[in-house]
Design a protein around this ligand. Structure first.
Ligand SMILES: C[S@@+](CC[C@H](N)C(=O)[O-])C[C@H]1O[C@@H](n2cnc3c(N)ncnc32)[C@H](O)[C@@H]1O
Length: 212
């Protein structure tokens, strides 16, 4: 066995998903539901869409959605769930490594929920590319951990930005972007083995100027 072998992102995440039949709850992220539920539908892209719950929820609300993830296993599952939900025709699934690919079109909503990875991942650069993909007048929505869950495989010493720090690092200029939500929020979460913890999320919602 090669003890030096470090899996790349697709191998890591495919193995992660293949370990269980379903990893996430199948429910959309609560912060997305709250922040975007009243927004008129258009074109959306979900970066790191995993098993597709957010993308499917958006499609059910009339959005035309592109779901991007590095794991083909997760996307296969997402596509099955979209079929079951009757919204498969509204969603395009793309297997892409966001470290090497960025959206080529503009979207009314660019969303990224818990887009973190214990495998080498340039999150800030990926989220900067996300800002470029927001159409004039469109929304950027990011929800992330401010500290990893106790059960996660991430290195626990990594600094996780607050929403304010993220907005600053993305250089969201006040003449081009309106910050609609920038907050931290606690929630009760359940780990894959039923472990319980209170986690704090950083939630950023910013609207790009229509005239930009
Ligand atoms: C913590 S999960 C979040 C999944 C989903 N957004 C959710 O909220 O349930 C992180 C997701 O990012 C994806 N991911 C990690 N690194 C990636 C990369 N380099 N390119 C694309 N997706 C990546 C993983 O496969 C995984 O589905």
């Amino acid at each position: 066995m090669d003890s030096e072998h470090k899996p790349g992102p697709s191998e890591f995440w495919d193995e992660f998903y293949a370990e269980r039949q379903r990893v996430w709850s199948g429910k959309p992220n609560g912060a997305l539901v709250r922040e975007v539920g009243a927004v008129a539908p258009g074109r959306a892209i979900d970066l790191g869409c995993g098993e597709g719950a957010d993308a499917i929820w958006l499609a059910e609300r009339g959005w035309t959605v592109t779901g991007v993830d590095v794991s083909a296993v997760a996307l296969g599952r997402a596509a099955e769930h979209a079929e079951e939900a009757g919204v498969a025709d509204r969603i395009t699934w793309l297997a892409r490594d966001l470290a090497e690919w960025e959206p080529e079109e503009a979207y009314d909503l660019v969303t990224a929920s818990f887009l973190h990875s214990p495998v080498e991942f340039p999150r800030e650069r990926v989220l900067l590319a996300a800002t470029r993909a927001v159409a004039p007048g469109g929304l950027l929505f990011v929800v992330g951990h401010t500290a990893f869950p106790p059960w996660s495989r991430h290195p626990h010493d990594e600094h996780m930005p607050s929403a304010e720090e993220l907005a600053a690092s993305l250089g969201l200029r006040s003449d081009l972007w309106a910050i609609e939500t920038s907050t931290s929020e606690g929630r009760e979460a359940t780990g894959p083995e039923g472990q319980k913890a209170v986690l704090t999320d950083a939630i950023l919602k910013a609207r790009r100027s229509p005239g930009d």
